[in-house]
Design a protein around this ligand. Structure first.
Ligand code: BES
Ligand code: ZN
Length: 635
């Protein structure tokens, strides 16, 4: 097979960042103007729970910006307007816009603007401004204290140490627009810098490098020199301490958690070195991360230079560190190579999940192949569960889905992660049949699309030009057909088979059997019980497992939430209080969504209590989690 490492496709123009594209989730005029640099000057106000100050956007008019609104281009048969000529349209959700000015060398010129609350847009009139060069627009604003979906404000009582308030952001997928007016699409990448002031003794962290600190005013300065999409803007403020895990890796968290973090994440440098081996040089200088309070809605978020992680990874035995490998991998796939809109989300998450399993294998120098296969088998099992939950006909079980009038959060699930990873596994193992050739392809893909954006067609074109002799791939079924993939993978590993045996035996699992499994296997076994033929999952069966194995001893959240799901399914009331305690503390959606769903489908008598509990607690929960639980409880 010959490989062709150079492609003559010129549609990706890295330096100019001017490719026209489509994004159903942004109404901003990104095909008329491009933000190339963003500067934040903000104060963090814990009395009113707002950020207040201004953002300055350096905007580059595109050549086609002078066309009027009616001009459109099309790709994939979709219209691409988002080019409004004399108007700069920005995404803006519940922001209090006070003043907009045009900054020229010597003076500030007031610009007129309108806020369209329904369409969540800020429309700035640019009629009198020359579109010949870079335009600087400064917008004075503050965030909403009650409707900012990107930020969660915690009172001091809600933190681990209970001494100081805390605030953190989560912008992916489309919450950046509630943090600052922007082109809130992954298709636009901007460098950024920031000056953020907060009360002493709190620390500000952002998804960039800290460049300065003014002790007098407690002001923190940041810079992100690589252009990043709006969803990668991140900020956290709290009483934080840090520990250096290596010369380029530092973990941040509240004081009472730092020791645990130090132990759990000690191997991070080894992970990063292994990732560089596979993917090429790490381009972001530092790899720091923040371990957040338990209400953080995700396992991790790949904020550049400063990943955010859930404290539920602190299992005490380093058994959940593959999430760090995942977030780290996004430094290449996601943060350098980025999906052009959220319909092609699998290009971020599918690639990252596939590489995560590969790296988890590469990190094990004795049994790597088996470990990788078991990791991939877990992902496949997870895919099965998720497809079953949506229903095999559901459009969101397609690898590429349509998001017109849909918030990407509402379509979010593991499908794009693990169906995507399964496609790449298929390409590597069945189509190319050589891991080393496929690794080379991955490196070349990152060089080709690094620092820019792409969609699924770009990927296929590149794959086919790189492997011109490869057998043909049933792209249609893989990408656009709902349900499980057209090819069923068999990972056949010993680690997996042991679990299957226990899941299939008629008698409840014994203590010795359970103790023979490692933490990942226990989670996998519980998954099998959750998805197997249900006839034997009875109250007595679950109770007997609990008696045999003392399931309450497992503090590992990956095990706990699956065990709780089984308990709700058979109405095993003994653990009910534990479940409510878990729901009170933990906000990670991967864990709490399935529990609410399980109550709804398996234990309807408990629903009034569940709903009352939710109503009482939602004011303390993350706004993103609240919306997703509401959807599940009310439908
Ligand atoms: N980027 C995602 C988190 C995300 C996706 C936030 C979409 C908002 C919208 C992150 O990299 C992720 O995938 N987290 C996973 C980790 C897991 C797959 C190892 C999670 O939160 O569970
Ligand atoms: Zn991810």
């Amino acid at each position: 097979m010959t490989t062709n490492k150079t492609s003559n496709d010129q549609s990706i123009n890295k330096n100019e960042r001017t490719r026209l594209f489509y994004d159903p989730n942004s109404l901003s005029s990104f095909n008329g103007f491009r933000i190339v640099h963003t500067y934040f000057d903000l104060k963090v106000d814990f009395d009113s729970n707002i950020l207040d100050g201004y953002v300055q956007l350096d905007v580059k008019p595109l050549d086609n910006q002078s066309c009027d609104c009616s001009s459109t281009i099309t790709t994939e048969n979709k219209e691409i307007p988002n080019n409004h000529g004399n108007k700069l349209v920005l995404d803006s959700r519940h922001l209090n816009i006070k003043k907009v000015v045009f900054i020229s060398n010597t003076n500030e010129i007031l610009l007129t603007f309108q806020v369209d609350t329904e369409r969540e847009s800020l429309i700035i009139n640019m009629t009198d401004i020359s579109k010949d060069s870079l335009i600087s627009i400064r917008i004075y604003y503050s965030t909403s204290d009650t409707k900012c979906t990107a930020l969660q404000w915690l009172t001091k009582e809600q933190t681990a140490d209970k001494q100081h308030p805390y605030m953190f952001s989560q912008c992916q997928a489309i919450h950046a627009r509630s943090l600052y007016p922007c082109q809130d699409t992954p298709g636009v990448k901007s460098t950024y810098s920031a000056k953020i002031t907060c009360p002493k003794p709190l620390t500000v962290l952002m998804s960039g490098l800290q460049t300065n600190y003014d002790e007098q005013t407690n002001t923190f300065y940041f810079e992100q020199q690589q252009a990043v999409a709006s969803y990668l803007i991140a900020i956290a403020v709290g009483h934080l301490v840090s520990y250096d895990l290596s010369s380029r890796i530092r973990v941040w968290t509240e004081p009472s958690m730092i020791k645990q973090c130090q132990y759990e994440f000690e191997e991070s440098e080894k992970f990063l070195t292994e990732a560089e081996q596979l993917l090429g040089e790490y381009k972001w200088k530092r790899y720091d991360f923040l371990v957040l309070p338990p209400s953080f809605p995700y396992g991790g978020m790949e904020n550049p230079c400063m990943n955010f992680l859930t404290p539920t990874l602190l299992a005490g035995d380093r058994s959940l560190t593959s999430t760090i490998v995942h977030e780290m991998t996004h430094s290449w796939t996601g943060n350098l190579v980025t999906n052009e809109n959220w319909e092609h989300f699998w290009l971020n998450e599918g690639f990252t999940s596939f590489i995560e399993a590969k790296l988890v294998g590469n990190l094990d120098k004795t049994n790597g192949k088996e470990i990788r296969r078991f990791h991939a088998a877990q992902q496949w099992q997870d895919l099965k569960t998720t497809v079953a939950t949506w229903g095999a006909e559901h459009p969101y079980t397609c690898l590429v889905y349509r998001l017109n009038n849909v918030d990407p959060d509402d379509a979010y699930s593991s499908v794009q992660y693990y169906k995507g990873a399964a496609l790449l596994w298929h390409l590597e193992q069945n189509i190319i049949d050589s891991e080393s050739k496929f690794d080379e392809f991955l490196r070349s893909y990152i060089i080709k699309f690094g620092e820019t954006i792409l969609n699924t067609d770009d990927f296929i074109k590149y794959f086919e030009s790189y492997f011109p002799q490869a057998p043909s791939v049933d792209w249609q079924s893989w990408l656009y057909t709902p349900g499980m993939p057209p090819v069923t993978h068999n990972f056949s590993t010993k680690l997996e088979e042991n679990c299957h045996q226990l899941a299939n035996q008629q008698s409840p699992i014994t203590k010795e059997q359970m103790n023979s499994l490692n933490a990942k296997q226990v989670a996998y076994l519980l998954n099998l019980l959750l998805s197997n033929d249900q006839s034997k999952i009875t109250y007595d069966y679950i109770k007997q497992i609990d008696i045999n194995c003392d399931m309450s001893k497992y503090s590992n959240c990956e095990i706990r939430f699956r065990w709780y799901q089984l308990c709700i399914r058979v109405k095993y009331e003994k653990v009910l209080d534990d479940i409510f305690k878990f729901l009170e503390i933990i906000g990670r959606m991967k864990f709490v969504k399935p529990l609410y769903v399980e109550f709804k489908s398996s234990w309807p008598e408990m629903l009034p209590r569940v709903k009352t509990f939710f109503e009482e607690h939602k004011k303390y929960m993350n706004p993103i989690t609240v919306k997703q639980i509401e959807i599940r409880l009310n439908n």
